[in-house]
Ligand binder design. Structure first.
Ligand code: CU
Length: 110
């Protein structure tokens, strides 16, 4: 199930996976997990290694109350930027970290 990924996993991502594996039986747990970031499809529009920013065109992100748009994100791991190119199709998760929208997980999509 775990494919090699260029990601640093957040605690919430691990919790989410654990929750899915557990056959969640309680509505409390369901409510907690539903608030976590869902993977979103996007396309790389700009990679700014110096600024540590990634501009993505993305679909709706319900967990962040965001419609589809194009915007710049910070990234949890700046090393990811080196393996991304404009035009790449990706699946990513984003969250607000220290008040800034941040990509917490990103993988190429075919
Ligand atoms: Cu956005």
């Amino acid at each position: 199930m775990n494919t090699p990924r260029l990601t640093l996993e957040t605690t919430s991502a691990r919790l989410l996976r654990a929750g899915r594996g557990l056959l969640v039986g309680s509505t409390v747990a369901l409510a907690a997990f539903s608030a976590l970031a869902e993977p979103v499809e996007g396309e790389v529009k700009k990679v700014d290694i110096e600024a540590g920013k990634l501009t993505l065109k993305h679909g709706e992100i319900k967990s962040l109350d965001m419609p589809a748009m194009q915007m710049a994100y910070r990234v949890s791991n700046p090393a990811w930027l080196k393996s991304l190119n404009v035009g790449d199709k990706v699946t990513f998760s984003a969250d607000k970290v220290n008040g800034q929208f941040t990509v917490t997980d990103i993988q190429p999509r075919k």
